[in-house]
Design a protein around this ligand. Sequence first.
Ligand SMILES: Cc1cc2nc3c(=O)[nH]c(=O)nc-3n(C[C@H](O)[C@H](O)[C@H](O)COP(=O)(O)O)c2cc1C
Length: 440
Amino acid sequence: MTGRLHLNLFIQSRGHHEASWRHPNASKLALTDIRYTAEMAKKAEARLFDSIFLADVLGLWNDVEKTPFNWLEPITTLAALAMATSRIGLIATASTTYTEPYNLARYFSSLDHISRGRIGWNIVTTWSPQAGSSFGGIGQVSHADRYERAEEYMTVVKGLWDSWADDAVLDDRDGGHYADPKRVRSVNHEGAHYKVKGPLNLPRSPQGRPVFVQAGSSDAGRQFAAHHAEAVFTAHLEKATARTFYADLKVLLADFGRNPDGVLILPGFSPIIGSTEAEARRYADALNELADPEIGRQRLSLRFGGHDFSHLPLDKKLTPADFPDPGTVEAARSRTEVIVGFVRQEQPTLRQLLAKLAGARGHFTFEGTPEQVADLMEQWIAEGAADGFNLMPPVLPEMLDVFIAEVVPILRRRGLFRTAYEGETLRSHFGLARPSVQAL
Ligand SMILES: Cc1cc2nc3c(=O)[nH]c(=O)nc-3n(C[C@H](O)[C@H](O)[C@H](O)COP(=O)(O)O)c2cc1C
């Protein structure tokens, strides 16, 4: 039976808490050791998660002395994970701003072949200023231009993935015909940003193309999601904003003539699970003790495009006036909206805000028992805040192990989560149809 809830495991650092890499129960393996990532993916597969996901920031942040915010390159890592697993979906981030569409189309088509149809592409426009300084001398592209380029980019890559009909490869060894040239076509795209002739030099892959995942939630990001996404990752510090986002996006999908139920919305969720609430809180306190608020301050500045927060005392109560207007931010715009919204609602001190963001960078954090975690997940689904979750364990593998051992069985008992994989591809885990090639 397939339940109603989808689960993606987001693997990053030794967990999503900023200080996870120092935690005594975090993995002992090096972060560059593929066995570490493979071990997490295999655990998630054994418990029938839909997918695992890897992010990418395309540049080294300025706090490497204090935090390992860097990891193996995601596309090549997925190739290794494809061989280490057999059923779970595999999603990697790649940038429309800093990758040529022909390269990206080849990489993801190749991965979909290698994994036999388990690949998803997390489409990002890349907000980090560091990326701009290392690619092609174009500098940081503005928020609006990034999304405009991304639209054209999608036209190109969709054309490339559709450049081979499903039946183009004949492999007729006796007759001497490898492919039917009438079933392979050029793209001949000429636009403002890209000139791509095509066709792709790879036959169509098992899923036709990767599943389109999207993770920017600003107004422009939502428009983009409504146009292209098949699953959406999103960050919220409060259930109320997750519900609003969910409702807005489903309406936008209908406006774009798409089936709102056909696109999954998966908010980030980072639970600290204890056998009692007090135990979970103690675990959270110990983790927060390991975090450095000055690193948090630098991260905050980065999200807001380099805004200077150095003059703010840690114990000052914050107001929205302490922040730039998110509408003017060229960096991670929707994350800045989430942060300023939280400040307006809760009036935390800077220290409290930084502790909150250290938990999972602006995603929802929670401390409680397995029953409470399952209740929360059930409520979010029932109340229209989520179709599933992007699970972000604060410490890996420990909090993944606890989630798997204690929470997954409760979700199953409640009929909320699958007890077997029903299909072989990520599309089938997500309940998505395979796209057909536009007529050749
Ligand atoms: C779960 C999740 C994962 C993300 N992963 C990445 C990533 O790997 N690389 C990246 O540049 N941005 C990532 N983002 C950020 C967004 O894709 C987006 O770039 C950023 O929020 C700015 O877009 P926006 O202004 O539309 O929100 C992620 C966002 C979410 C919610």
